[in-house]
Design a protein around this ligand. Sequence first.
Ligand code: SAM
Length: 278
Amino acid sequence: MPFILSEYHSPGLSVNWTANKVLFHKQSDFQEVAIVELEEMGRALVLDGYVQVTVEDEFVYNEMITHVPLFTHPKPEKVLIIGGGDGGSAREAAKHPSVTQVDLCEIDPMVIEACREHLPEMSVSYNHPKVNVITKDGVKFIKDHPNTYDVIIIDSSDPIGPAVDLFGKDFYSNVHKALKEDGIFACQSESLFYHQDLIKDVHEMLKGLFPIARLYTATTPTYPGFLWAYSMGSKKYDPFDRMDVKKPEIEARYYNHDIYKGCFALPTFIKETLGLKK
Ligand code: SAM
């Protein structure tokens, strides 16, 4: 029997999904974990009632949160992904020829269990020889790995529940310490239309830590407002200096090197929000 999965975003905005089947539904120590079959977007991971990823458009988000920071670094080898329990971003990171190690640090073992069984398109990465799946709180894990990684990616859920501290100043400064002297950091920073305050706060915090702070975007129908934001902090390499640098070809459905050039082009209202030159 189809049912409506309703996501509350604000007094003025809720997203209603028609769902046909519940494939997995349990309460973990951290959150409510479900896999549901959505009429429009196929199988989806839902945490605490919010759709995290769907098989129909996961490629956009997982390619953009990985390939943009990884192609900004000239030779990334050691990569850390915090969150990303569906396995999609690890799948993309492992594609990079120079990458030798991808540590996937997911707080909730039940997310791994659910995705291993019901989202094989993404969880295939768990068995990739480059990928280590670590079930730990990323806030704690990061403190034990100073000067370790070339690229750190925060593929987190929204800033609620276990992910709240993944959007905080202390965490970002520990990320800065865990990166090598020429390291790069990227995170998802929510909707360009509905979360401008968060995007501005994250950008300000990154500007305070990194000599280079950038914002890029991509369109993902699963997320409210579609136009999703990604924040980047870099210790040395500026994506604006790497636009025309030849980069290895990579098999992808959304990402390509023209998208790399275009994704940093920001609309005027966001430049104003971030206090950037128009
Ligand atoms: N693409 C999704 C989005 O933008 O909403 C995120 C996908 S991924 C499934 C998010 C993962 O972050 C979840 O599996 C969640 O359990 C994990 N997570 C949340 N807080 C965490 C923390 N403190 N440490 C590690 N993983 C965390």
